[in-house]
Design a protein around this ligand. Structure first.
Ligand SMILES: C[S@@+](CC[C@H](N)C(=O)[O-])C[C@H]1O[C@@H](n2cnc3c(N)ncnc32)[C@H](O)[C@@H]1O
Ligand code: SF4
Length: 388
């Protein structure tokens, strides 16, 4: 077994450390995120990361399959289970030369004996989602080793608009790839085991063809007698095919909020929306109020439930902390649990528990602090573990 895993294993002798691992394992809605590739082959107008890449503020990095494996084996060793394992944050995961190996390895690790995850989420622009990759993913979904969720960032309904929004002439490739994906899903009768989201971010460059986008994908799904929903935020419970019109998070935020609201209201989507995780973000009234005028803050669940591993191995407690103000160390070099339950990580948690956010960046001004949360009982339990 890997030396690093044994390293964290040593802590099992330390009672309070083991109790924290047990606490972690008992949290049911955990999400593990690997930013498996920080590079991309296009440059979308609204992508914060594309802007960073252009300015040289983000290095192109590709996680190696053995780096991911090392971390997963530590979880297996400690019997940790995640609802969701995410493979994309800042770049295009299918651009990673190790992508196929990563997928193969993750599904192979996820056995009935050692369940690591329920499903893998991949956000992709689908440019490289060729038949070979679709077949590989489907092979494992068919074997029942885990489900897959594919969020396809399409963002246009014509070649011309695609090129303007995404900065590359790939529209026809994307359509071809997705049609094959749909044909296979139909053939394999995957249903919810394969969740496919057809995503368009509402932008002034594609606003005129959002209805066309919905009509196009509705027709493709109807042709294959597939059920689907059209929504403006992720529906809960997850549905297996969703055409989704999403809001852009970027300055000037007010402009994007209003554009999104105008589009989804025109389509009458709010009336049909059933509770979803993006609801709060879609509530315009709340969104523009300063944090402290909002409802009483609760400790952000992300600090306990959602580890983010950046492409260079930096472990972070928050997905929105793109500039890495809250790094915990490098999981390629050290044990995950050693870092996740380090004094530094607990100092962040104490700030959240005691609500002393002043000058604590980026949490002080965060809008999404109750996207995921712990129950009051869980907070009390963790306070005991912290001795406060
Ligand atoms: C940065 S991308 C990386 C994964 C992949 N390259 C893709 O485009 O799906 C991750 C997700 O963020 C979305 N996204 C990009 N810029 C955004 C923005 N300004 N606001 C909201 N979502 C954004 C993309 O549409 C995609 O669903
Ligand atoms: S495809 Fe994804 S990562 Fe690439 S520029 Fe667009 S949103 Fe960003």
């Amino acid at each position: 077994m890997d030396e690093e895993i044994l390293d964290s294993g040593k802590f099992e002798e330390n009672n309070s450390f083991q109790k924290k691992i047990d606490f972690f394992n008992n949290l049911s809605q955990k999400i593990l995120t690997f930013d498996s590739c920080s590079d991309c082959l296009i440059s979308c107008k609204m992508c914060t990361f594309a802007e960073k890449r252009k300015k040289g503020l983000m290095k192109p990095r590709f996680m190696k399959s053995d780096q991911i494996k090392k971390i997963c084996l530590e979880f297996i060793h400690h019997k940790s289970f995640f609802q969701n394992l995410v493979l994309s944050v800042s770049g295009e995961p299918l651009l990673n030369p190790d992508f196929e190996e990563i997928i193969t390895q993750l599904f192979e690790i996820n056995t009935n004996e050692h369940k690591l995850f329920r499903y893998i989420s991949i956000n992709t622009n689908a440019i490289l989602l060729d038949n070979k990759k679709v077949d590989l993913i489907n092979k494992f979904v068919k074997q029942g080793n885990g489900w897959i969720s594919l969020n396809l960032s399409i963002d246009a309904a014509s070649r011309a608009t695609y090129e303007k929004v995404k900065g590359g002439d790939y529209y026809n490739d994307v359509i071809k790839n997705i049609k094959y994906l749909l044909d296979q899903k139909k053939k394999m009768k995957f249903g919810v085991n394969e969740m496919i989201y057809f995503q368009i971010l509402a932008h002034e460059l594609n606003e005129h063809e959002i209805q066309k986008f919905v009509n196009f994908w509705s027709t493709e799904l109807e042709k294959r007698s597939m059920e689907f929903k059209v929504d403006y935020a992720m529906p809960i419970p997850h549905f297996h095919n969703v055409i989704i019109i999403k809001r852009i998070y970027e300055e000037p935020q007010k402009k994007y909020d209003e554009l999104h609201k105008k589009v989804v209201d025109k389509m009458g989507l709010r009336e049909f929306h059933k509770g979803g995780i993006d609801d709060k973000k879609c509530n315009d009234e709340i969104k523009h109020l300063p944090v402290f005028e909002k409802t009483k803050r609760v400790p952000c669940g992300s600090l306990w439930l959602s580890p983010i591993i950046r492409a260079d191995g930096t472990l972070n407690v928050c997905l929105t902390d793109v500039d890495n103000h809250l790094p915990l160390g490098n999981v390629f070099k050290e044990s995950f649990f050693k870092l996740w339950f380090s004094d530094k990580a607990d100092s962040y948690r104490k700030i959240h528990i005691k609500q002393t956010f002043k000058d604590f960046w980026p949490c002080e001004h965060c809008y999404y602090f109750d996207g995921v949360k712990l129950s009051e009982t869980q907070i009390s339990e963790y306070k005991k573990l912290l001795g406060i």
